[in-house]
Design a protein around this ligand. Structure first.
Ligand code: SF4
Length: 448
């Protein structure tokens, strides 16, 4: 962050209109300075200020995009060494390897796994992101055939890997509209691949034999006008590769060393033949600091924990995961169905709604905005109190959808039941279970 809160404030319109969701320009400036708001939230900032702000706040590690449209993948953009300092920005892309010497059957099987292995967790779909297409046969035709086949069957972004620059160029042209990541510009082939990447506007991997060589290559690429670069330090020993990841991140962030200010690509698939070790190495690169992690194959037992690890590390510690404040219908409720209340902390919502579903008792679930805090924390912070719940219940429209006037509140919020009855005199306040796991048994006894 190059500008302080006061410096940002001086550049804002100072009308305190509140359209950014914050009451004053000063408060908005302070949020911007700490990364808790986006400049785009203020519609009145001039283009000149936007450009100045972007320049001053450009992350020390460039954000690189590959793929197109809704399926594009963004990596890099990191600004801190450790998540607790602020947050990590863009989760690493998990790639699955498919090579052009594989049988049709093997390609189909892998593709099926790539498309099917996805997991719904706290409202997010977790899945692998890219396909690394490797030219092993040294035969341009089979490489292009494979690219064309994969183009038809998936919208995922591609990494094109070939040691033959002519084959790589033909492959890149066959799917240029997908903006594939080209692998790789080495010391010898840097000029040729710089021309190709520029012509097709594709991101390009710089691969060095060591970090010094890598710096030489990225310096050449930047001089040639290439901006979207991904780094491969060349190490295939997991210890050395981890060392390189840390040096690259420290150089970019702490020394502001621009030649290493790019996201990285790592190859656990080339560091071991043991699938379990490969998963452990991949897990290490999720924590430190892989931009792309290429796996030899995808298996549910290894992919799921890797995706969950990535999700946990890349959530913003300053913004609890939250769901929208509204009435949720579970199982097709009617006017006789129970009405339950909970907070909007994602995990609470998904646990409570899951237990209501398990009960098979169609229900209305009122989710009150508690800024992503759990029931107990929100209650202690005054965000799950009778004077905030009362107006929400009146305004949300649930009274028009049910005949009865019974509201089930979480057992942990029993202390507010008396005050809530005063706020909602027409409603009978019922104390629900303290633990979500007891909801099914509780709902089985429901009588409107
Ligand atoms: S929208 Fe812009 S002008 Fe309005 S309060 Fe926010 S920062 Fe100030």
């Amino acid at each position: 962050m190059g500008l302080t809160g006061i410096e940002i404030y001086k550049r804002l319109p100072k009308t305190n209109c509140g359209e950014c969701g914050v009451p004053t320009c000063l408060a908005f400036a302070m949020k911007l300075a700490t990364g808790q708001a986006e400049l785009a939230s203020c519609p009145y900032v001039s283009e000149e200020v936007k450009a100045e702000f972007e320049e001053a706040t450009a992350p020390p590690i460039r954000t690189v995009v590959m793929g197109a449209g809704d399926h594009a993948l963004k990596i890099g953009g990191e600004t801190v060494m450790f998540r607790h300092e602020k947050r990590f920005e863009n989760p690493p892309g998990i790639a699955m390897l498919i090579s052009d010497d594989m049988s049709e059957e093997e390609v189909e099987t892998r593709l099926k796994r790539f498309n099917e292995l996805q997991y719904d967790r706290v409202g997010l779909i977790l899945r692998a992101h890219l396909i690394a297409i490797k030219n092993v046969s040294d035969n341009g035709t089979s490489f292009i055939n494979l690219i064309n086949k994969l183009k038809e069957k998936t919208n995922a972004p591609f990494i094109l890997i070939s040691q033959n620059s002519e084959v790589l160029a033909s492959g890149a042209r066959a799917c240029a509209e997908r903006k594939p990541l080209l692998y790789a510009a080495t010391k010898e082939g840097v000029d040729e691949l710089a021309i190709l990447a520029k012509e097709l506007s594709c991101p390009l991997v710089a691969k060095g034999g060591n970090l010094d060589e890598l710096v030489e290559i990225t310096t050449k690429l930047v001089d040639a006008g290439i901006k979207d670069i991904v780094l491969d330090s060349g190490s295939r020993d997991s210890h050395l590769a981890l060392h390189d990841q840390i040096i690259i991140r420290r150089s970019a962030l702490l020394q502001k060393f621009r030649p290493l200010g790019f996201p990285t690509i790592t190859f656990p698939c080339e560091m071991t033949h043991d699938p379990m070790k490969e998963t452990i190495i991949a897990s290490m690169f999720i924590a430190k600091y892989g931009g792309i992690i290429v796996l030899s194959d995808l298996k549910g037992y290894s992919l799921f924990p890797l995706l969950v690890e990535s999700m946990n590390i890349y959530t913003d510690p300053q913004r609890p995961m939250a769901v929208e404040q509204k009435i949720y219908e579970i199982g097709g409720p009617n006017e006789e169905s129970p009405v339950l209340l909970t907070c909007n902390f994602s995990l609470t919502y998904f646990i409570v709604s899951g237990e209501v579903e398990t009960s098979r008792v169609p229900s209305w679930l009122l989710v009150k905005d508690t800024e992503g805090l759990s029931v107990m924390t929100a209650w202690a912070a005054g965000k799950f109190s009778a004077d905030t719940i009362g107006p929400f219940v009146k305004k949300c429209g649930i009274a028009d959808r049910v005949k009865h006037k019974k509201l089930v509140i979480p057992g942990y919020a029993a202390a507010i039941s008396g005050e809530l009855e005063e706020e909602l005199p027409d409603w009978q306040i019922l104390i629900g279970p303290r633990e979500a796991s007891h909801i099914p048994a509780y709902l089985k006894m429901w009588k409107p």
